[in-house]
Design a binder for this molecule. Structure first.
Ligand code: MG
Length: 414
């Protein structure tokens, strides 16, 4: 699609204008997407101010078949883009300066940016070195104000430029950032803030090219074009059944996304990772009771970490290493998430008994839990014993935090 036409339509739709703060009592989420502008180049400029406003690209040497990793906006204006072979970039833009990448610097700066986002909300999902989602639903401030503050913060404290998109879900927020960057004029950093008001997602997406949707690559684009679908709006207007018929399961997603619907949560590092604990014995251990009591204390440790971080998990993992150093890992998934030692131990113990015969020597034993999320307490509402157990657990945790793990042994039997 011609850029000018697309920009005109964007302006006509008035979406770049003010945001009415409708979130209250709507139950809607507010998701912020941040993307650092020409990140590698911005860091290089920071370390070498002589590069400012110059035509340069970070990437591999042309004689070594290098490609452009990132290029300055001055170079972009002349048609250089990332992933382009450096040889071609130089042909496109004679005099292009090639700067060799400094990845450890980039990751250092990336950490600093992510730390700042983490100060804003605990719900940060980093999706690449220079991009992240933040769920800002619970911040009682207008999204635009939040966006301006982050942008200023990262500019003033880290001297890095970034662009921000805000919308009711991840899909639309990310596209908003992209659209804002494209619509920014000039050869400088875009530093764009683009906000899509809740309820106007489909309207915002409609004029945009289909390729902006996640999962629409060259192949899907060609098929869509063949069927007369060029914009996201074209897809949204198609009956979902047609799309399912043509694309299978992806068709349903295409239809939902084209209408601006995306329920995916912001997944923090905590949720993606697992909590685990393991012990290597100083000598191979074959005593059933000792092995099982080790497993119990490892389970207690894992459960304690979960509760401390206000997480619960569903998939329990047992790890065993035999004296010959071969390692076995077995998983079991519970029906509901747990943060309780008893549940973790019982699941791990069942796995242990299934996979180890009595008296068999073990070198290392470990237990872990993944599929992490917030604990589901609903069960406790009608399960009084669970309520008591949880209250007791709270007291025990508090004591252990204060006086150390050994202060209390609750004495339940697995
Ligand atoms: Mg970027």
């Amino acid at each position: 699609m011609a850029r000018a036409g697309f920009e005109a339509r964007l302006q006509r739709s008035g979406l770049e204008q003010g945001w009415r703060y409708l979130r209250y009592n709507s139950g809607m989420r507010t998701i912020l997407h941040l993307d650092l502008d020409a990140f590698f180049c911005a860091v290089e400029e920071l370390d070498n101010p002589a590069l400012q406003d110059r035509l340069f690209a970070v990437g591999g040497r042309p004689d070594e078949r290098g490609v452009v990793s990132s290029c300055s906006y001055a170079a972009r204006a002349l048609g250089v883009h990332s992933a382009m072979p450096m040889k071609l970039a130089i042909r496109q833009c004679p005099g292009l300066l090639i700067v060799e990448p400094h990845h450890s610097r980039y990751s250092e700066m990336s950490h600093q940016v992510m730390d700042r986002l983490g100060n804003l909300s605990p719900l940060v999902e980093q999706i690449s070195v220079d991009e992240a989602f933040v769920d800002i639903t619970d911040l009682r401030r207008a999204p635009e104000q939040v966006a301006r503050q982050i942008l200023a913060n990262i500019r003033d404290e880290l001297r890095l430029p970034c662009s921000i998109g805000i919308a009711a879900n991840k899909l639309v927020a990310k596209i908003a950032t992209e659209v804002g960057k494209k619509a920014a004029h000039g050869s400088g950093y875009p530093r764009a803030i683009t906000i899509v008001e809740p309820g106007r997602e489909a309207e915002f997406l409609a004029p945009l090219p289909a390729t902006l949707l996640w999962g629409v690559g060259k192949k899907t684009e060609a098929v869509l074009a063949e069927l007369g679908m060029h914009t996201i709006g074209d897809i949204a207007r198609r009956p979902e059944v047609d799309l399912i018929q043509r694309f299978g399961k992806t068709g349903r997603e295409l239809s939902l996304h084209a209408r601006g619907i995306d329920d995916r949560p912001v997944v923090t590092e905590h949720q993606a990772k697992s909590v685990s604990q393991e012990t290597t014995f100083s000598r191979d251990l074959s005593d059933d009771q000792l092995i099982e009591s080790t497993l119990k204390s490892l389970s207690a440790h894992v459960a304690h970490t979960l509760r401390h971080e206000k997480l619960a998990g569903k998939t329990i993992r047992l790890k065993l290493r035999w004296p010959d150093f071969t390692t076995l890992t077995r998983l079991v998934t519970l029906s509901t998430p747990t943060d309780q030692e008893k549940d973790i131990y019982e699941a791990a113990l069942a796995l242990l008994r299934k996979n180890r015969s009595s008296g068999q020597a073990v070198r290392l034993i470990g237990v872990g839990i993944s599929g992490l999320g917030e604990p589901a307490f609903q069960m406790a509402l009608w399960d009084q014993s669970n309520v008591k157990q949880r209250k007791l657990q709270g007291v025990v945790d508090a004591l252990q935090d204060k006086f150390g793990k050994k202060v209390i042994d609750k004495g339940w039997r697995g």
